[in-house]
Design a protein around this ligand. Structure first.
Ligand SMILES: [Zn+2]
Length: 371
């Protein structure tokens, strides 16, 4: 009787702990708000009159961001940690420094190796540090033309959407087999069912701030939607990194008006991914940041439509932990306190219970083959 009861208990335990997920996520969408810590999210929510889209995600935590050689990271080292699971020195793009200087495999390359489509989307110029950490290997983030060369000739993501110039040239992208678009109309005019490689080179530097108006250039949410519509043509899945890159720039300038609007548009981009993924059971969405910028503190809510009253402590980055919000397959692997090197495992390793199921399934398959 006792044995029967304990078996029943084990069964119940299995049912309770069995995750919704049954495998590695097929589609991984990785959102990075550059310079977006909890205070930036709070300030944007006060302006918007409600929480950011990703604040509804069930699995949340905070992330430590220090680099290999500094308690305060830059975007290159933080991007590398997020992209490769390895801490490097500030300024380094996905190479082993400290170490032997070898290339560190990125999530983009990992998923490409599994036959997935890949994409990088940002509001900074395309060769800036965060996207570079996913699609390039360079000893310095300042090697802009080399980073462009790494994208176009080495890692070749299907989708590259961001600001132009700074090493990216339309002719070089065309020569590498990319369809080049240079404004919102060109982006909207793409046949997303037929496009396999696209390079969006919007303007000659970072995209303008939302506060100042985008003119003929696309919003982050529009770039995200187009990226999803191209990448989802691959039935085998995809990896997409989307960066809200200018939250950081407004933070450096201690400019709360531009900071909150960049965060709101970042939230809009996440909402596009939520809309795309709703009803699916094969997708992981992770929203986090690379570091905090500005030492922001929110002092008073001035109501929706108004910037809150705030204070800033620096025009640089800080060591403040950043938030993480996750939805979908493996979202439960997000822990209350994690490090920026932990995302590699969350995105690439199936949940333990799922591994058990996978092992059982492959065992059954083996038995069948032996017959
Ligand atoms: Zn910065």
């Amino acid at each position: 009787m006792a044995r029967k009861l304990s078996a029943l208990f084990m069964l119940l335990l299995l049912c309770v702990t069995a995750p919704v997920a049954s495998a590695q996520p097929t589609n991984v969408i990785f959102f990075i708000g550059d310079g977006m810590a909890p205070a930036q999210v709070e300030a944007a929510g006060m302006f918007a009159g409600g929480p950011m889209s990703f604040e509804s995600f069930a699995n949340q935590g905070v992330v430590t961001t220090y680099s290999a050689n500094s308690s305060v990271t830059d975007s290159a080292a933080a991007g590398t940690a997020l992209a490769t699971g390895v801490k490097v020195n500030n300024g380094v793009i996905s190479m082993a420094y400290p170490g032997d200087g070898s290339d560190l495999q990125t999530l983009l390359e990992h998923f490409q190796g599994l036959g997935r489509s890949t994409g990088l989307v940002t509001t900074t110029y395309m060769t800036h540090a965060t996207p570079a950490a996913f699609g390039a290997h360079e000893p310095s983030r300042n090697n802009l033309s080399q980073i462009a060369g790494d994208y176009l000739n080495q890692t070749q993501p299907n989708v590259l959407l961001g600001g132009g110039g700074n090493g990216m040239l339309p002719a070089a992208a065309t020569g590498a087999g990319y369809t080049v678009v240079t404004d919102a109309a060109g982006l909207a005019g793409l046949d997303t069912e037929a496009t396999t490689y696209v390079s969006g080179q919007f303007g000659s530097s970072h995209l303008p701030y939302e506060y100042d108006g985008l003119g003929a250039l696309p919003h982050l949410s529009e770039m995200t939607t187009t990226a999803l519509n191209i990448l989802d043509n691959n039935a085998g899945g995809f990896f997409l990194m989307v960066e809200g890159g200018r939250i950081d720039h407004a933070g450096h300038n201690n400019d709360i008006q531009r900071n909150i609007r960049e965060t709101v548009e970042f939230s809009n981009a996440v909402q596009e991914a939520i809309d795309w993924a709703t009803g699916r059971t094969d997708t992981l969405i992770v929203v986090t940041a690379d570091h905090e910028t500005g030492g922001l503190t929110v002092l008073a809510d001035n109501g929706a439509g108004n910037a809150p009253t705030v204070s800033w402590s620096t025009t640089g980055h800080t060591a403040t932990n950043v938030p993480v919000y996750a939805w979908g397959v493996n979202a439960a692997l997000i822990s209350p306190v994690m490090d920026n090197t932990d995302f590699w495992e969350v995105m690439t390793v199936p949940e333990p219970a799922s591994m058990g199921l996978l092992a059982l399934a492959s065992l059954a398959l083996l038995k069948r083959r032996r017959r």
